[in-house]
Design a protein around this ligand. Structure first.
Ligand SMILES: [Cu+2]
Length: 139
């Protein structure tokens, strides 16, 4: 019935809370197999599948790759640090406005968020702010 709506608002909640995930990778074990893309829902069923796939930004050699990433509203964006040094993903705006605000991300660790509004979000690594910058453009 309202499953889709609930899952959407859950994603938004996650955005607000910005839970730093400290997983070795991203497993999708709890993903319930799609409950049929039936009708009733005016548009969006197809793009939901694409959105659920998410994107990954790799951190290595004191850089974000890709440096300028593209995402959709609600899509999970994962940063994965492959470097021995710790890094952060810190939005380049006043602290109270930040969507991206990770703790230090160690080697092999990830940080995930999703964005609830379109826009171009600039971020830095707060440990290496001169070297490490990136953007996520959300449409
Ligand atoms: Cu860094």
């Amino acid at each position: 019935m309202r499953t889709v709506a609930r899952r959407r608002s859950l994603a938004l909640l996650t955005t607000a809370a910005v839970v730093p995930l400290v997983l070795g990778g991203c497993s999708k074990k709890d993903e319930p197999a799609a409950t049929g893309g039936g009708g009733g829902n005016a548009g969006g069923a197809t793009s939901t599948a694409a959105v659920n796939q998410g994107i990954t930004i790799t951190i290595n050699n004191f850089a974000f790759e890709p440096q300028d990433a593209q995402a959709k509203v609600g899509q999970i964006v994962t940063w994965k640090n492959e470097q021995l040094a710790n890094h952060t993903v810190t939005e380049d705006v006043p602290a109270e406005q930040r969507n991206m605000k990770s703790d230090k991300i160690g080697q092999g660790q990830t940080y995930q968020i999703s964005f609830s509004k379109p826009g171009t979000y600039k971020y830095i690594c707060s440990v290496h702010p001169d070297k490490m910058k990136g953007t996520v453009t959300v449409s």
